[in-house]
Write a protein that binds this ligand. Sequence first.
Ligand code: SF4
Length: 245
Amino acid sequence: MNIFAVRFTMTNKIEIINKLLIEHFGVPPKAKKLPDPLDTIIGTILSQNTNDNNSYKAYRNLKDNFKTLDELALLKPFQIEKYIKIAGLGKQKSKAIYELLKNLKKTQSKVSLRYIKKASNEEILNELTSYKGVGVKTASCVLLFSLDRNVCPVDTHVHRTLNRIGLVKTKSPEKTFLSLLNKLPVGTAHSFHTNLIRLGREICKAQKPICSICPLVEICKYEHKNFETTKSNRASSFMLLDNLS
Ligand code: SF4
């Protein structure tokens, strides 16, 4: 099927890609309870450059040792680092967590981001990215995972796969994110985002895609498809941000 024919809008194309991914990977499980926005930000900071299992262990170390984030906010970066070492980049991540909590403490007696819940997507993106260390990806994870908004965060897997498929032609994850914003069919963001990450981890890998087993091969416009018969390593299906509550 040529989904790039003029009559298909971006929303139509996303719908078709989402359907094919669900047929292949299934509907990804969602958290039963939405995590607090601050928990999602801390989880996302911990997840940078490591796998979801290690970032989850670091996240649990914080949650199990501090009853509230106000207690965590009393620590210096080197003290936070002790608890999150397993996720790597301890210095950088502890500093980012410290700065975020310090900034929130300036204006609040109890650190919280609950006040953003009623704001629009655009307002929340602006507000959260004004904090040092919080980028568009982290802010969009709060929208999807904590507030259940129909927004697709874009990491390197989502960016790479969507460019190869031909849905977007963008130079950075941030630009990919902006191309998708407000274009997703209602209720598709969580499955679209999660299944694209699985596609990127297991099939459409950065070095060499395994197009022979890809559910999108019929619609994908990538010019350098690889049809060698390579086995896909089934990546861990554990998704950190669906397991924070
Ligand atoms: S057909 Fe190949 S390049 Fe296209 S999305 Fe699938 S694995 Fe990636």
